[in-house]
Design a protein around this ligand. Structure first.
Ligand code: PLP
Length: 367
């Protein structure tokens, strides 16, 4: 009844967990959700033109704004190679459709963003480690800046090395960068694609983490050889992204207070990160190791004892706490005993309570 591809279709573990986080009293460390109080209210006025069909590439004024920002980051992307996406998740699907057949070598970080793995798997990807086998892959997908799930920021040397490898081998570099504005320390975030002159690449970003995920607006820029086929794929998927959402995002990011809003957001999350870090020390110092993330939304815990944290999830949810088992972020065999904890969504009191519950569960399990 269904296509052969459907055999590879798996539900997203994250969407399944997100289904329970609205239960009253639930503390969620699960999704990469912005803090509710940092979401914008909107009181602008709209003109009728946004109700009409629009261009597949996206509305020109928003593309121009994005191109301008990309130029400031050293990315070679004039407006005609910028495409507005229905969330950057759509970019992952378009790129996978363009590049991945059954068995296509796809280089990723171990671990990496699980909803990218879900898409790549669907198209038949064979996963290899980007650290060692990027040269032998058709596509190298990375989240180098405050990565999901680890929160890690790749060094300048690592970025340069991957740029060199992709240029030398002809591997398409796909850089996914939704967290770059959420920086809590000064680190080198110059995109990898800005370190390549020539080569085939896609760079994408999102307004979900800095503005409003519900609007579903992201963007990509690509090298000349990839942009036209990606645009044809976009046309076939949804004609274009919501013009209403594009207008709201455009008006927000061109408003005079946008830089101040970004700074306030980073300051708010820095405070949450610091508080969460102290709470982790209180509850988890005998149970796990972790590095403090210099940006983004996640702490990545490595438990001192190997426990498959997937086995803890149901019990944690029954106790009113949701988290993401780290095992789901590994492309091939999972490394056991890892957890991804989001620190942006829960307030200090809830986070403390939730971490105490999780730590108790792990201690119980060890016994
Ligand atoms: C690495 C990464 N890429 C892409 C996305 C998708 O973001 P959106 O579709 O909301 O732009 C996310 C969301 O959490 C993410 O963490």
């Amino acid at each position: 009844m269904f296509s052969q591809r459907i055999d590879g279709l798996q539900p997203s573990p994250i969407r399944a967990v997100l289904g329970v986080i609205d239960r009253p009293g639930m503390v969620s460390f699960a999704g990469g959700l912005p803090a509710t109080q940092m979401l914008p209210e909107w009181s602008g006025s709209l003109t009728q033109d946004v109700m009409q069909y629009g261009p597949s590439e996206g509305d020109p004024d928003l593309r121009a704004v994005v191109a301008d920002r990309l130029r400031g980051m050293g990315v070679d992307a004039p407006p005609d190679r910028v495409m507005i996406l229905s969330g950057s998740q759509q970019g992952i699907d378009l790129v996978a459709k363009l590049v991945i057949d059954a068995g296509t070598r796809t280089a990723v970080e171990f671990p990496t963003y699980l909803a990218a793995l879900q898409v790549f798997r669907f198209y038949g990807a064979r996963f290899v480690d980007v650290g060692t086998a990027a040269a032998a892959a058709a596509l190298a997908y990375v989240v180098p800046t405050f990565g999901n799930p680890t929160g890690r920021c790749a060094s300048a040397a690592e970025r340069d090395a991957l740029a060199r490898t992709c240029l030398a081998s002809g591997t398409i570099l796909f850089e996914d960068d939704p967290y770059r504005e959420l920086a809590y320390e000064t680190v080198d975030r110059r995109p990898i694609v800005a370190r390549m002159s020539g080569g085939s690449w896609i760079y994408q970003g999102s307004f979900s983490k800095t503005f409003a995920p519900g609007l579903r607006i992201g963007f990509l820029a690509a090298s000349d050889d990839l942009f036209a086929p990606l645009l044809m794929l976009k046309q076939a998927v949804d004609l274009h992204s919501s013009r209403l959402s594009q207008r709201i995002v455009h008006d927000a990011v061109t408003a005079p207070d946008w830089p101040a809003r970004l700074s306030a957001l980073a300051a708010f999350y820095r405070t949450r990160r610091d508080c969460f870090g102290r709470q982790l020390h209180r509850h988890f110092s005998d149970l796990a190791d972790w590095d403090e993330p210099s940006g983004g939304l996640f702490f990545w815990l490595r438990l001192k004892r190997e426990i498959d944290t997937r086995t803890l999830l149901d019990e944690a949810i029954a106790c009113g706490v949701a988290f993401m088992p780290g095992e789901a972020f590994y492309p091939n065999a999972p490394v056991l005993g890892t957890m991804r904890l989001n620190f942006s969504h829960a307030d200090a009191g809830d986070a403390d309570r939730g971490l105490a519950v999780l730590a108790d569960l792990i201690r119980e399990h060890r016994r």
